[in-house]
Design a protein around this ligand. Structure first.
Ligand code: SF4
Length: 218
């Protein structure tokens, strides 16, 4: 499977199917894992670093995962990191990053489908609304965060535990009920057999999440 995944990543990195994205294609390494994370789309800096969640939102995300036993380095080595759109879409005219178009999302989903069929993940963690809506029907975050769903995803049965987007611009996970729902979601992930198989270092220490403060955000 390792070789098939390496071949897949070479093909993915050469993808130029969407003419309006800025790129480049941002991927993590060929990590054979039963835990599959789905981000939204890389920002303007991820291409330079050549890996997903390489900037401020990533700092917050990896603090969340550190609190349940895997620091950033361990997480990147043990979890496959995908995204709805693998290329930076560019800036929106009104400011901020452009949201990928439905056509770009659909086009890029073919890469996700290949990965799910190859890896057969037991646990899928979509991060942020755009990612969550690729896996689950549209619903308020209060109904999707802190819940484990049984899902058939590209023909494969798995559990889905969504997380909110860790963007510094988001206040959802810093206020109630988002704060408690985030803790609940992390707790459910930490107890999931596929997460336990990753051999997290410590037991769940959700107190670490309290380290999040405005100083960590852009
Ligand atoms: S967004 Fe996805 S489908 Fe489009 S060019 Fe990038 S990798 Fe290819």
């Amino acid at each position: 499977m390792q070789r098939a995944l390496e071949k897949h990543l070479i093909e993915l990195k050469n993808c130029r199917l969407c003419p309006n994205v800025v790129g480049p294609v941002v991927t993590q390494g060929p990590v054979v894992s039963k835990v599959y994370l789905i981000g939204q789309a890389p920002g303007p800096r991820e291409g330079f670093f050549g890996r997903p969640f390489a900037w401020t939102a990533g700092k917050t995300l990896f603090k969340w995962f550190s609190s349940i036993g895997l620091n950033e380095e361990e997480f990147r080595r043990r979890v496959y990191m995908a995204a709805v759109c693998r290329c930076f879409p560019g800036k929106a005219k009104a400011g901020g990053d452009r949201v990928p178009t439905p056509t770009e999302v659909k086009t890029c989903a073919s890469w996700m489908e290949q990965e799910v069929k190859l890896l057969k993940p037991k646990l899928v963690i979509p991060v942020g609304r755009l990612a969550i809506e690729q896996v689950l029907p549209q619903a308020p975050l209060t109904e999707t965060i802190g819940v484990q769903f049984d899902k058939v995803f590209f023909g494969h049965s798995c559990h889905v535990i969504p997380l909110p987007h860790p963007s510094g611009a988001s206040t959802w996970f810093k206020r109630e009920p988002g704060k408690s729902l985030l803790l609940k979601a992390l707790q459910i992930i930490s107890r999931h057999p596929a997460w336990q198989e990753l051999d997290p270092r410590s037991t769940c220490d959700l107190r670490k999440i309290k380290l999040l403060d405005s100083a960590d955000e852009p």
